[in-house]
Design a protein around this ligand. Structure first.
Ligand SMILES: [Zn+2]
Length: 232
């Protein structure tokens, strides 16, 4: 039941992650608002996680309601469904599926927590020329700003460090198609990466959030790209 009590707070945090900015203040992606055409920050992963949380809670609430002859008189939101389940805890306990239900809810709140807490993927981009502070760049952005002196660098100029730092990362094909072409100076599309995965030519894995990620090192080696140590 502790997990159910945590749901409203988690749902709020997901909402923040989803519709505004992550904790570092960076938008993860953008969606165009249909009425005004304005670009709004949007985190598709948070949207997917939020949907999983609502669906999990809602389907269990409706199963309990059906078994016990009740109505689910609550908003179809994560918080609404969690409150309904908590208010009917005795009915929940009477269900033979109660253990499976708690497993599934714990899983859904677990991925929600990781989504809210996950720091943005950043890579070391070398020391600042002006003040010597270490620079960390989002792989998918074009600029990196020094946190100490605010000098802005072009990510492309920093690609030796970035590719070095990215080698041990695992990225989704979409992330990789945005981040790598600038670093390796050659085209690489999502479709190409998915083709390599399908044909078993690069190592990939499915993470607990359900996304398939591919090893940057495997792609770099497959394409026989000269690594920064040799190239610069
Ligand atoms: Zn600096």
């Amino acid at each position: 039941m502790a997990e159910l009590r945590a749901v409203p707070g988690l749902a709020d945090d997901l909402d923040v992650t989803l519709s505004r900015r992550d904790r570092r203040g960076d938008p993860v992606g953008y969606v165009r608002r249909s009425t005004t055409g304005a670009l709004l920050p949007y985190n598709p992963r948070a949207a997917h996680v939020a949907e999983t949380l609502v669906n999990t809670l809602s389907s269990w609430a409706h199963l309990v309601a059906e078994r016990r002859g009740l109505d689910v008189d609550a908003d179809r939101t994560a918080a609404g469904m969690a409150r309904w389940l908590a208010a009917h805890r005795d009915d929940v306990r009477q269900c033979e599926d109660a253990a499976a239900m708690f497993d599934e809810i714990t899983y859904a709140t677990g991925i929600a927590r990781r989504c809210v807490d996950a720091p943005a993927e950043r890579a070391y981009a070398g020391p600042c020329d002006e003040c010597g502070a270490d620079l960390y760049a989002r792989l998918e952005s074009l600029d990196v700003r020094c946190v100490r002196c605010a000098t802005v660098y072009n990510v492309n100029d920093r690609r030796k460090w970035l590719l070095d730092a990215a080698m041990d990362m695992w990225l989704t094909p979409a992330q990789m198609a945005r981040a790598l072409p600038g670093l390796i100076s050659r085209p690489l599309t999502t479709a190409m990466i998915q083709g390599y995965v399908r044909r078993g030519r690069v190592e990939s894995r499915v993470d607990t959030d359900g996304h398939r990620r591919v090893s940057v090192r495997a792609i770099v080696e497959l394409l026989q790209i000269v690594t920064p140590e040799h190239h610069f």
